[in-house]
Design a protein around this ligand. Structure first.
Ligand SMILES: NC(=O)c1ccc[n+]([C@@H]2O[C@H](COP(=O)([O-])OP(=O)(O)OC[C@H]3O[C@@H](n4cnc5c(N)ncnc54)[C@H](OP(=O)(O)O)[C@@H]3O)[C@@H](O)[C@H]2O)c1
Length: 314
């Protein structure tokens, strides 16, 4: 078990949605040496800044969260950028970490790396059994290359890196920008905006048949920290809840929790993404004792409360 309190920890992407909660949690458990590079100072797509960040931070451990991410719309509009930036940031950070001889490198992967059609719940050993859904394949595959890098570096150099595969996140502080947001903040914003404007309907992408799984941000953070402390293999591990919900049921729930009384119009001309998504969570429990414990409805209420407070709407 690694005692993180005594370690210098570099967290690329530590100012983002997940990173903000991770840094808070690490500080709470006593970590003092945490270095969070901002993209305006260290563009980690450029090798010179990757080298510079290692020189400046002198880390023992890297928890790599920096990424270009977004919902279906953002992925559809930026497939090249999402592929290139995510691949280069990860590959270069891991390579320089290896050259510097750091103690451990933690990569945050994504459920978008799983094949489009694979038995549900997704088991880690099925991750290579097909091509991901076309809507997010460039992003999912770029991140999956870091799994190959992690495994090959362990084999050739004995480098300790791990790869955690995260289900979709949700929580307070999420990205509510309608162009780049994921489905939960997008729906909350639509319902609350519609209520504020007295609109009688909202329009939602797809038909509602696809399913998703969501992990509350604080559960995800706890899982990442447990794995950083205790897990030292390059076989990927899912971090999720194992609970699947259809988009139709998700919309009904958010409509109810936000108090929107109008009609929901389904725009079937818009893409729905992967048909089903839900991960098997047994390995995380077995390997480092992780189990998510936030009830979905409680988590959603908390996000809605946070969004109302932040925007002062309703
Ligand atoms: N959100 C989800 O549902 C989800 C699900 C599965 C996996 N993940 C993974 O979890 C990690 C964190 O996601 P998130 O939702 O917290 O994303 P986020 O809020 O968009 O944060 C990403 C961070 O990456 C940094 N970044 C982007 N481009 C960079 C560059 N060229 N150089 C340096 N830093 C750069 C940004 O730093 P600045 O703020 O300084 O610009 C930003 O804070 C990612 O690896 C993502 O793939 C997320």
């Amino acid at each position: 078990m690694i005692n993180l309190k005594n370690k210098s920890i570099l967290i690329p992407g530590g100012n983002g949605f997940l990173g903000t909660f991770l840094v808070q949690y690490l500080r709470k458990i006593g970590c003092r040496e945490i270095f969070v590079p901002r993209s305006k100072d260290y563009d980690l797509v450029q090798m010179e800044f990757v080298k510079k960040v290692y020189d400046d931070a002198k880390p023992d451990i890297v928890i790599h969260l920096a990424a270009k991410v977004g919902g279906i719309g953002a992925n559809r509009d930026n497939p090249g950028k999402f592929f290139y930036d995510n691949l280069l940031m990860g590959a270069q950070l891991m390579e320089i970490g290896r050259q510097k001889g750091i103690e451990k490198f933690v990569t945050i992967g994504t459920i978008c790396s799983y094949p489009k059609f694979v038995p549900v719940p997704f088991k880690e050993e099925d991750i290579w059994n097909g091509y991901p859904d076309e809507t997010n394949a460039p992003y999912g595959l770029a991140k999956k290359m870091l799994l190959v890098q992690s495994q090959s570096y362990r084999q050739q150099y004995g480098f300790n890196s791990i790869n955690l595969i995260l289900a979709n996140l949700y929580g307070p502080g999420d990205n509510f920008d309608p162009i780049t947001s994921h489905v939960i903040p997008a729906l909350i914003k639509k319902c609350i905006d519609a209520r504020c404007k007295g609109a009688k309907k909202i329009t939602v992408w797809g038909r509602g048949n696809s399913t998703r799984e969501f992990i509350y941000i604080q559960d995800a953070v706890r899982g990442i920290v447990l794995a950083t402390q205790q897990y030292n293999k390059s076989d990927p591990v899912n971090l999720g809840t194992g609970i699947e919900i259809s988009i139709k049921d998700l919309v009904d729930l958010i409509v109810k929790l936000t108090g929107f009384k109008g009609k929901v119009i389904w725009d079937s001309s818009k893409p729905e993404g992967q048909p089903r998504r839900c991960v098997d969570t047994k390995k995380a429990l077995k390997e480092f004792g992780f189990k998510a414990n936030t009830k979905f409805k409680d988590g959603l209420k908390e996000v809605i409360r946070w969004y109302r407070e932040k925007t002062q709407l309703l």
